[in-house]
Write a protein that binds this ligand. Structure first.
Ligand code: AMP
Ligand code: MG
Length: 325
């Protein structure tokens, strides 16, 4: 693995060139985005994309997102309808991923043999420079081992999957810290497959329609939602501030993270307490917090569940999954 540090706002051209050479040769490059760090391969190279699944230990039936550097690129790989086009106009670049009917040119490894393909255009200058210079979309999931918390800094990438990556580009800490919102716009109704960096409220307001909640059958179309995700190596327990009867039991000291001062009974002492001053900062810090608490040796993590509004909805989703609920 080669490691490069560069300024996010002014990525070093030599580093981008070296990384693109690796992508052209079928290798893997990890890079920052505004959501989390991604593990990328040339999205037009089926063999290269397969390496991502190996490097992450990712189930073969969990499709990847194609990262593009301008909305028009999607037209080469998918049938783009008018709803998708207007969502792209409004939310690209940003933390929104659109699922559309795929054209045959998309490698099967990207779609995991589904008939649809997912697109996102990041606003982060590093992936934009990589994609533009490669001249092809970059297929990239989060750069963690499958099931682990997503990496929001380069050290987390290196600890998790460093041995299987050719180049890691360090561009600092991710702005949002939680993955993109995935929305399926391939059919008549639009629906959210995964809450994320762009809130449901914003999308609904823009579309002027309520997003239908998918039946569990439909959720199966997004295989990523089936697996245990985002989990640290110690149990995560969730605290609802409004529930004053909640008590916790932990075999050793616990770590606490949340927006409020902890106000619950636990049979064991608190080893580390991290209080965020906004829900945005909680979202930005959740995965790094999981990793740091794991490292200092807490026996369990007690995390406050945020209100389901704005980014709070995505944060709550990640907490529930980390807790295995
Ligand atoms: P990750 O890149 O690891 O954050 O995961 C990408 C998410 O997008 C996963 O939940 C995938 O299941 C979902 N996804 C990617 N492509 C598709 C697709 N064609 N249809 C439905 N969901 C998709
Ligand atoms: Mg992921």
């Amino acid at each position: 693995m080669r490691y490069f540090l560069t300024d996010k706002w002014n990525p070093d051209k030599n580093i981008i060139r070296e990384a693109v050479d690796v992508l052209r040769a079928g290798g893997l490059v990890a890079f920052p985005t505004e959501t989390v760090y991604g593990l990328g391969a040339n999205g037009c190279d089926d063999k290269a994309v397969r390496k991502i699944f190996e490097a992450k230990g990712r189930p073969a039936d969990n499709p990847l997102i194609l990262h593009i550097s301008n909305p028009a690129e999607a037209e080469d790989f998918a049938h783009v309808n008018s709803r998708a086009r207007s969502l792209m106009d409004r939310f690209f670049p940003g933390a929104l991923t659109l699922v559309l009917p795929a054209k045959p040119i998309v490698p099967c490894s990207v779609t995991a043999n589904l008939k649809t393909v997912a697109f996102r255009m990041p606003y982060h200058p590093i992936p934009l420079a990589l994609i533009e210079s490669l001249g092809c979309p970059i297929a990239a999931p989060s750069a963690n081992r499958s099931g682990r918390p997503s990496p929001t800094d380069a050290q987390a990438v290196i600890q998790d999957a460093g041995a299987n990556i050719d180049i890691v580009i360090d561009g600092g800490i991710c702005d949002i810290g939680i993955e993109s919102t995935v929305i399926d716009v391939s059919g008549k109704n639009a629906f959210i497959l995964r809450p994320g960096g762009v809130s449901r409220e914003l999308i609904e307001e823009f579309l002027g329609e309520k997003l239908v909640t998918p039946a569990s059958e439909m959720m199966k179309a997004s295989p990523g939602t089936r697996y245990k995700h985002y989990a640290p190596r110690v149990p995560v327990l969730l605290w609802e501030k409004m529930n004053d009867k909640q008590t916790f039991s932990c075999n050793g000291s616990y770590g606490y993270m949340g927006l409020s001062q902890p106000d619950f009974y636990c049979n064991s002492p608190c080893m580390e307490k991290i209080i965020f001053n906004s829900v945005e900062n909680y979202a930005r810090g959740i995965f790094a917090c999981f990793r740091s608490m794991e490292k200092i040796g807490v026996s369990c993590i007690i995390a406050e569940t945020p209100n389901e509004h704005g980014i709070g909805r995505a944060l709550k989703d990640r907490l529930l999954r980390a807790a295995g609920l």
